[in-house]
Design a protein. Structure first.
Length: 736
């Protein structure tokens, strides 16, 4: 539907996303128009394409999808346009003076002979140039957006493109629309391909093939966490993306992309065969930087003052009336005598006890310590278990994204003052944040990586813990003895049984591990809802908010999406609403942020900042004029406009992958019949170890047995291990 008229009032506008709410006057009536759009001022004439929507609080609104700016048709309209605020230094009086002089020819004068503005009393040469420049910039923006909209580019994306290319937008896009894949974060190949098709671009162009290769690599990182792909896999993935079976032509583009610096290639020996791996610059440089820093840290193989820890460890044991086993003592010693060390073990194996001992011994040596973790939830849990201050890695190294890209206050030029840095849940760290952390660690400091090697790797690209262990760059302490919650805790016992490929004990006489045998999908879902809303709260005296439902799959009859809808219906059936992508959000809903968004602003009391990250969980506190206000677990409050609301999902139920690094009082794990090879032992182990006090598995024994037996894991391609070994070899340290 199309409506035309003038802007009466701009009620709200987000400068970051362009989301705007305005009162609009058509010849027939006044309407409220909402949507993402370029800067618009009162009095402007517009033609708006879109659809009518009904907001539960504000009633009928017109959702804008495309906007065309119309030239004012009369002198009053031109005055309103000039006085709208788009032109610096032009108020109502000046606008009226300009129009009195030039009348209906005013806009033509501004465009073609702006020097004539000096004919108006009070406007000198500099002021005329300023007005003309404003007019040119405004016209360029509108022209670029109109050009993109004619080729079916959504308004939100059109604004993002113009922000990147400015007045060169039309030229850049016409020459090579596939630049969008390389230049703009979040723009996919399909989007660029549609634009190219609209422009009449050749489907067999080298630009298109190159863009398909670049996007295939980026997509492999986003979906599967790869930082590189072997040549055969990259060609295969690119061919599928391009729908082009000419693999030879795809392969022919790779040397040129390497020469241009758009790709990096590394040749490695794999099972006696030389294989070429290709990576994007960001991922390759991140892993190369990590390798170099780890090698530098590993060179500090010991300091005489720290060699003998036996006496101090014995004093700690006596003071705290505990006994550390030899592995735990070894972990403490290597942490204090190595530039970098690794402590890995499953649940209940004493990792927290080691950290506590390590901190106390470090305090006695007057060492400054820093505790951190990749996520807010993991950092909060670390602080609770150790009784010490712990932060996210992002906060520890002072991440700042005001420039549009992550910049870290603590870096090689301004390193952390800490002598000892302990990173918990290291398996969750991707290559980007781990690289930034290592750059902030002083060369003389010790860094201790703590985690569970059997957990799922990070959601984002990289396999940091596994690669470091495999490279041999650091001493690794493997913890196997179970201490936590004693041997009667079936959560701990069953986690280790699952990890060993054995069926968990599922007798329901347990106090913390239960199994509900349900076959039909509808029964599985009904049982899960009942557990969260009634049975567990009534039996264990806990709140439904303490219970997290996990599922292996996002879609399907027992998937996360359906479970969220049913749990929302049971726990939060009414309230102020906003519908995003077919999903209804209400105030009071439990939600999760699903991508790293470095531009999203937040506040916490008087503190302000930017950046909300994948996996952050919070509660919807309010819905105001279509904006969703969320308070996260760490107290940050974020206002989501329409453009950023796509980053949210309901979180009554989440996938096992999304639960990494978190610990919940109670977990309900839903096992449907689907999942195939993807539902494996690793996933089951991760789900069970998310629970602190209670686990309930809902499904069939057959589904549970299949998961335990299935040890298949999707290989994650990375180059960190190879880069570490190459750096060691170059430094003459291989085999140290």
């Amino acid at each position: 539907m199309i409506i035309s008229g003038s802007v009466e009032t701009v009620i709200f506008r987000s400068e970051e996303s362009g989301y705007t709410v305005m009162e609009f006057r058509t010849p027939e009536r006044h309407v409220t128009v909402v949507g993402c759009m370029p800067e618009i001022r009162e009095g402007e004439m517009l033609t708006v394409s879109g659809k009518w929507v009904n907001n539960s609080k504000y009633g009928e609104q017109f959702q804008a999808e495309e906007i065309t700016f119309e030239a004012p048709a009369d002198e009053e309209g031109i005055v309103n346009y000039l006085a709208s605020g788009l032109f610096y230094g032009v108020g109502r009086a000046t606008a009226e003076a300009i129009v009195r002089r030039f009348g209906l020819r005013t806009l033509d004068v501004l465009e073609h002979t702006p020097h004539r503005l000096t004919e108006v009393s009070g406007i000198g040469k500099l002021r005329a140039e300023s007005i003309a420049e404003n007019f040119k910039d405004n016209s360029a923006m509108r022209s670029a957006i109109l050009f993109l909209q004619k080729h079916s580019v959504p308004l939100t994306l059109a604004m993002k493109i113009y922000k990147a290319y400015g007045e060169s937008t039309e030229t850049v896009i016409t020459e090579n629309p596939y630049r969008l894949v390389r230049d703009l974060e979040g723009v996919g190949f399909v989007t660029a391909d549609k634009l190219a098709d609209s422009l009449g671009y050749d489907k067999n162009s080298d630009f298109r093939i190159s863009a398909g290769i670049i996007y295939a690599l980026r997509d492999a990182g986003g979906r599967n966490g790869h930082t590189a792909l072997p040549e055969s896999a990259l060609i295969r993935e690119s061919a599928a993306m391009l729908r082009n079976n000419d693999e030879e032509r795809i392969a022919a583009q790779l040397p040129r992309l390497v020469l241009e610096g758009q790709l990096f290639v590394m040749r490695t020996e794999t099972e006696g065969e030389t294989v070429s791996f290709y990576a994007l610059p960001t991922e390759y440089n991140s892993e190369k930087s990590i390798a170099a820093k780890l090698v530098r840290l590993s060179r500090d193989r010991g300091n005489g003052a720290y060699e003998d820890t036996a006496a101090e460890t014995a004093t700690y044991e006596k003071t705290h009336r505990i006994t550390l086993d030899e592995k735990q003592k070894e972990a403490v010693r290597t942490a204090l005598t190595s530039g970098i060390s690794v402590i890995t073990g499953g649940p209940g194996t004493g990792k927290t006890t080691i950290i506590e001992c390590l901190m106390e011994l470090a305090d006695a040596r007057k060492m400054e310590c820093a505790l951190c973790a990749p996520t807010g939830r993991a950092a909060k849990r670390l602080a609770e278990t150790t009784g010490r201050n712990a932060q996210t890695i992002h906060r520890l190294i002072g991440m700042d994204i005001s420039s549009g890209k992550p910049v870290y206050r603590m870096n090689e030029s301004n390193p952390l003052s800490a002598d000892l840095v302990v990173v918990d849940e290291i398996s969750m760290a991707d290559v980007y944040i781990f690289n930034a952390l290592l750059k902030a660690v002083r060369p003389s400091a010790r860094i201790v990586l703590v985690g569970d090697k059997d957990q799922l790797p990070s959601v984002s690209p990289g396999n940091v813990l596994a690669d470091i262990i495999a490279s041999g760059i650091a001493p690794v302490t493997y913890l196997t003895e179970i201490y936590r919650q004693d041997a009667s805790s079936l959560i701990v016992v069953n986690a280790h049984l699952i990890n060993e490929g054995k069926m968990p004990i599922i007798r329901n006489s347990s106090r913390d591990f239960f199994f509900d045998n349900k076959q039909a999908p509808e029964d599985v879902v009904r049982d899960a809802v009942s557990l969260v809303t009634e049975r567990l709260p009534n039996y264990f005296r806990i709140s439904p908010s303490d219970i997290q439902v996990l599922a292996p799959m996002k879609k399907g009859a027992t998937g996360v999406e359906l479970l969220n809808a049913e749990l929302q219906r049971a726990l939060n059936p009414a309230g102020k609403e906003a519908v995003i992508g077919g999903v209804t959000f209400r105030d009071g809903d439990k939600v999760m942020h699903t991508v790293n968004n470095y531009d999203l602003a937040w506040r916490r009391g008087t503190e302000e900042g930017k950046g909300v990250f994948n996996g952050d969980v919070g509660i919807v506190k309010d819905i105001i004029r279509g904006e969703i206000v969320v308070e996260f677990d760490d107290g940050r409050i974020v206002e989501y406009d329409r453009a950023s609301q796509e980053d949210l999902m309901l979180a009554y139920a989440v996938s096992v992958h999304k639960s990494q690094g978190s610990e919940f009082p109670a977990v309900v794990l839903v096992l449907g019949s689907g999942g195939g090879m993807l539902f494996n032992r690793n996933l089951l182990y991760t789900a069970v170890t998310r629970a602190k006090n209670i686990v309930v598995i809902v499904g069939t024994e057959g589904a549970l047995a299949r998961a335990v037996k299935n040890n298949y894991t999707v290989k994650r391609y990375t180059l960190l291990k190879e880069l570490i070994c190459a750096t060691l070899s170059k430094a003459g340290l291989l085999g140290f």
